[in-house]
Design a protein around this ligand. Sequence first.
Ligand code: SF4
Length: 175
Amino acid sequence: MLSRVLSKQSCAACKFCCSFRRQSLWETPLFPPEVVEKLSKPNEYGIVGEFATVETPQGPSAGRLVLEDKFRTDDPEEEVPCTFLDPHKGCILKAEDKPFDCSIWPLRVMNKGGELVIALTPTCPTIGATPRPELIALLKNGLGAKIFEYAKTHPYIIKEYREGFPDYLSLAREQ
Ligand code: SF4
């Protein structure tokens, strides 16, 4: 979805967003129930994932990939790769099985004091922490509406706003 501003080659060489420290486990991808059903038993990828159910007040529940038991040290800097990350090929999942969260990273839908916003995770090594005009244009030309629409039907992707995440697009401001 962001291929105009983030090349597949950059992502393949980096994989930063597919590995997690303990403090970034809140970012672990959330999978829709039908994909959880498929990936939590033997499947075409040959890898079975472990998921915890995330309930939402309204809308469908989701499956959060469980990585907590993969850490081998007490080092807070230790990173654990996503279960579906191949160290050479990158993400092994087909587009239809890849979480929406992953396809829009480093963007995030967040609840900022009751207002829905699209914010930028400031740690993406390629995009950086400063809002870029071409990404803002992409959001205003349809991608933002698509992300908000998905968030309405899959509210589990909405995260609480975090300080330091530049707010790119506010739903209220766009309406
Ligand atoms: S599902 Fe794929 S894109 Fe998402 S974190 Fe895992 S390896 Fe990365």
